[in-house]
Design a protein around this ligand. Structure first.
Ligand code: ADP
Length: 491
């Protein structure tokens, strides 16, 4: 065993609070803090997109992407991890290049393959330039999928890199980083990797597949999703690869940052409260209704904060919406994404101005106000690797009405009237009927104030902090190091 902490480099394409479009950013921003507090030397690297400020330059080096030689400028900031005994700092490095990353959005450009080839190719030289040789490089999603292979190639002539172990976490298998065959040349890789057993994916190259094949240990963000993705239904064409690596595949649910997401101190909500002060929650509800121009009322308020993507179950929600709005309730949605869904929900809001509010765009303050002001939180996901929405909702006393899939199945327990236990209302079948049945069960319990408050308390007092999950990541890191012969295999 190593008696000091581990040296860990976390590589991600978004890291809160610097750049966020979804849950990956929350994870990449909060897991490092928890690992640092547990005594590890943790550092984080992400691209510097235009909306990220101009942090100080610490080093630069050339990077060859295909025929193009360009400079990687490394900038540095930090994340502070406060804990009862003090504060730890996590250095954050930005891979900066005017040509590739000085753009408003993070993804969705024609040259994404080249942009992220540059990012992947920068990671190991970045360690060299900083004189930082990690024990573990922890990659996340397709945007860093080629780093493990590039590392193994580097280790062929520079054997100290043989000792560096890689862990690859899938946050969402649906986004694969699938690009034409020529991408290999951009990465400086030969055609020998372009085989079905290599990084070829139906005639293209898949960054995700590269991460899954060449990392020492792979994993995802809940145990249920880890099982689901080994089936054709959820495997996105990679279930075969995942089954083959089944014994190297872990599932660890994400935590949420308990300082940032704390209803008793959150500066974004209208009034702070905790599980012993549910009147405070009621005040948040009325303030939210006022802000959004809804009737001020004690009718159940159903909230939803979500990317508007097919994954999130919006088709069954739209199918169910006439019946949903046949119940006595209000519905508040904050979401951005697919224009078709934005349009469809805006038109629902226009028909029910006093009971439905729809806000499109990304708004971190309104999001927290919805978690605080809603009684129920809707998450009818088709699939959900982990899901943070339901965790934040429970912490703020908003009871999930959600589909039992992926991380939702692992974190929300269905209310059982016979024992009085449970933190949400789940449904199994992906259908409007399933959703309505769960909603009706919740509405029935809502009518009994005592029972409902009991459920709310149970949800608010569940523990979804990072402590447990970060400790599990440390075990996974040790396992990865064991594969490199660095440590004895953990028991
Ligand atoms: P995913 O990563 O698939 O988008 P998660 O549930 O894991 O879903 O994480 C979503 C995170 O993004 C949560 O913190 C949620 O509050 C936040 N979020 C999603 N949409 C918005 C939005 N339009 N405005 C503000 N925050 C949002």
């Amino acid at each position: 065993m190593l008696d000091t902490g581990l040296k860990i480099l976390i590589v991600a394409s978004e890291v809160a609070p610097f750049a966020k479009t979804g849950g990956l950013a929350d994870v990449a921003g909060s897991l490092p803090k928890a690992l640092a507090v547990q005594g590890n030397d943790v550092r984080v690297v992400l691209p510097r997109y235009r909306p990220i400020g101009d942090y100080r330059t610490v080093t630069d080096f050339p990077v060859q992407v295909g025929r193009r030689k360009d400079t990687c400028i490394v900038r540095q900031s930090r994340i502070e991890a406060k804990y009862p005994g003090g504060m730890k700092e996590v250095p954050v490095y930005f891979v900066d290049n005017y040509h590739y990353f000085d753009r408003e959005r993070f993804y969705g450009y024609e040259d994404d393959a080249e942009r992220f080839a540059f990012f992947n190719l920068s990671v190991i030289p970045l360690c060299d330039a900083l004189g930082f040789r990690p024990d573990i490089i922890h990659l996340n999603d397709w945007q860093s999928g080629f780093v493990p292979l590039l590392l193994r190639i580097r280790a062929r002539h520079d054997t100290v890199w043989n000792e560096v172990a890689t862990v690859f976490t899938v946050h969402n298998l649906q986004y694969q980083g699938r690009f034409p065959r020529e991408t290999l040349a951009l990465l400086g890789l030969g055609d020998e990797y372009f085989t079905p057993g290599g990084v070829e994916y139906y005639g293209d190259v898949s960054f995700m597949k590269a991460g899954l094949l060449f990392s020492d240990v792979i994993g995802t963000v809940s145990q249920t999703y880890a099982k689901e993705i080994q089936t054709p239904e959820f495997g996105e064409g990679l279930d075969g690869v995942l089954r083959k690596r089944g014994s190297d595949l872990y599932g660890i649910v994400n935590g949420i940052n308990y300082h940032e997401y704390d209803p008793s101190s959150d500066p974004r909500v209208y009034r702070t409260y905790d599980s012993r002060d549910l009147d405070g929650k009621r005040e948040n509800k009325h303030a939210l209704q006022r802000e959004l121009g809804l009737n001020i009322s004690d009718e159940p308020l159903v909230g939803m904060v979500s990317r508007l993507a097919d994954q999130k179950g919006l088709d069954i929600l739209l199918k169910a919406i006439p019946e949903v709005l046949g119940r006595r309730l209000q519905f508040v949605l904050l979401g951005s994404g697919d224009g078709r869904y934005e349009e469809a929900f805006r038109s629902v809001a226009a028909s029910y101005p006093e009971r439905v509010s729809v806000t499109t765009g990304f708004n971190g303050i309104l999001a927290q106000r919805i978690y605080a002001g809603s009684d129920m939180f809707l998450m009818p996901s088709r699939f959900e690797p982990c899901g943070l929405g339901q965790l934040i909702a429970m912490r703020y006393g908003s009871i999930p009405i959600a589909r039992r899939t992926g991380g939702i199945a692992d974190t929300v327990s269905d209310y059982d009237a016979s024992t009085g236990t449970g933190t949400g209302f789940l449904f199994n079948r992906y259908s409007a009927e399933g959703l309505l049945a769960a909603l009706d069960r919740a509405l029935e319990k809502y009518a009994d104030r005592q029972v409902w408050n009991h459920i709310v308390k149970q949800a608010m007092e569940s523990d979804f902090s990072w402590n447990k999950s970060a400790a599990m990541y440390t075990e996974v890191y040790m396992e990865a190091m064991a594969r490199r012969g660095r440590v004895e295999r953990p028991a």
